[in-house]
Design a protein around this ligand. Structure first.
Ligand SMILES: [Zn+2]
Length: 481
């Protein structure tokens, strides 16, 4: 409690003492190793950070920029490519603080030097991803040790024909070049077998050499399709062990020269699958759906707080880091799920750095039934941050779509940010096929109003409760179908 006279003295002190403002710019700013900030060559861009005290007035390149109650600011201004400098001025009473922030455009990437190779040539692939074009979409994920013939090179990428007029391009980073070769004899696939293996049903296809292949799933009817390239089918036999549910039937076809297509029809919607190469065989593992009659109880749920360690993720105007917010959200959700009887596996439970592949490995190793990755969003240069942005959820597999919609709906209801809807997106953390996977971008940490919400403890309770409710609704639906 403060006496009346003390209040008077405090008020007078405030009037007399003027505080020199302090300007902190979070973005743009120089990255590690750079002397100045670099941005994309755009006409207008955002700049954000905070000013102390919050009742100061801020001008950026002479434009007045309002401060939020906690001193945060966000402006979307024309980029001055002649001056290449942001001039920030904060005024508090008679005190003025100035900050000059020079910037430049990212230097254009040097095109790789054409090595002048002769084609065709034999390659051993070390993994990675093959695209539809050197700048194109991900299409094939070659297993390390896959042998393929390349017929062309462009901008650091080797062209690999898929035997039926299609081709993919793989970066030289994922290639061990064995030199020129006229041909590559295709291996033969001559039988298959179907047998249960714990939580899985195993479909084994003996092949003596790793080839390029794709696997995808399709609904209505529920099935998994495996397409192998530069291979010949002599399949004369498929052996079925007893009890192979949910695998109903495995059939094959040769839709084009050198292409073998295996179709696995399922008696239930596909919960998950994975492909494993071993010595002399490609095995397609089909996941048996878990029991859903106790809600989340009994399910193994992997929670993945995005970023960590030196990878801060996005940063808010007053300095809240995405890695910190994601971890808070994951720990809250873990607590709630455990209380409801789920077994929760966290890909990180502190600030440790964990790689993307490692995160997926943790979820798969734990036999997770579901994977939920938690993030907070930011925008690329040039996008107006005052547009319609809010909560968005991402999926990759068709089986994850309805789960994603269910979680998104609850998030929007509880967090009340703009509803961006759901996205099909080829992101590392939703690409795993062993279990349904969802990635949540709950809010835009760069937006002062969103960051302010994220600084309140109740935000993480709301987020956790929304994800839990969305999960429960989907489980109920999936369990009754
Ligand atoms: Zn993120």
């Amino acid at each position: 409690m403060i006496s009346a006279s003390a209040v008077v003295i405090l008020v007078q002190a405030c009037l007399v003492i003027s505080v020199t403002p302090e300007i902190n710019v979070v973005y743009p700013r120089p990255m590690k190793g750079d002397s100045i900030a670099h941005i994309a060559r755009v006409d207008s861009n955002f700049i954000f950070g905070s000013v102390e005290p919050p009742d100061a007035r801020l001008f950026i390149n002479h434009h007045p920029v309002p401060l939020y109650e906690n001193g945060a600011f966000l402006a979307f201004l024309p980029v001055d490519w002649d001056g290449r400098c942001y001039d920030l001025q904060a005024i508090h009473d008679v005190d003025v603080a100035r900050l000059d922030l020079p910037f430049d455009a990212y230097p254009p990437a040097e095109p790789p030097v054409d090595p002048g190779l002769s084609f065709p040539r034999l390659l051993e692939l070390t993994g990675g991803v093959a695209r539809t074009d050197p700048d194109g979409a991900y299409y094939v994920f070659p297993a390390p040790g896959t042998v393929a013939l390349s017929v062309d090179w462009r901008r650091g990428y080797y062209r690999l024909p898929l035997a039926d007029c299609r081709a993919v391009w793989i970066s030289g980073r994922f290639v061990s070049d064995a030199g020129p070769a006229a041909t590559l004899k295709p291996p033969v696939l001559w039988r298959g077998s179907v047998e249960p293996a714990g939580k899985w049903v195993k479909i084994t296809l003996p092949v003596h050499r790793k080839v390029l292949f794709r696997a995808w799933e399709s609904t209505d009817p529920d099935r998994i399709i495996l397409e192998l390239y530069n291979i010949i089918s002599h399949i004369d036999r498929i052996d079925y062990a007893p009890e192979t549910e949910p695998v109903r039937e495995v059939t094959w076809d040769q839709p084009a020269d050198g292409v073998v297509r295996i179709e696995v029809s399922l008696s239930t919607p596909c919960w998950g699958y994975k492909t494993v190469w071993s010595e002399g065989a490609l095995t397609l593992m089909v996941r048996k759906p878990p029991a859903l009659d106790h809600g989340v109880g009994g399910l193994v749920i992997a929670l993945d707080p995005g970023h960590g360690g030196d990878d801060f993720g996005a940063i808010g105007p007053t300095g809240l880091t995405e890695k910190e917010a994601n971890l808070r959200a994951a720990l809250k959700l873990a607590q709630l799920l455990r209380r409801k009887g789920a077994k929760v596996v966290l890909t990180r439970s502190d600030d440790s750095p964990v790689g993307l592949v490692e995160r997926i490995g943790i979820a798969e190793e734990a036999g997770a039934d579901l994977l939920i990755s938690l993030h907070h969003n930011a925008l690329p240069d040039g996008v107006n941050p005052f547009g319609d942005i809010g909560t968005g959820s991402y999926y990759y597999r068709p089986q994850s779509r309805i789960l994603t919609q269910s979680i998104q709906k609850e998030l929007v209801k509880r967090l009340r940010f703009y509803d961006e809807g759901v996205y099909y997106n080829n992101l590392a953390l939703v690409r795993p096929t062993a279990m349904p996977a969802v990635l949540i971008e709950a809010a835009y940490i760069m937006r002062p109003d969103h960051e302010m919400r994220m600084l309140q403890a109740g935000y993480y309770d709301d987020l956790a409760r929304a994800v839990y409710n969305g999960l429960c609704r989907w489980i109920k639906q999936a369990g009754s179908s």
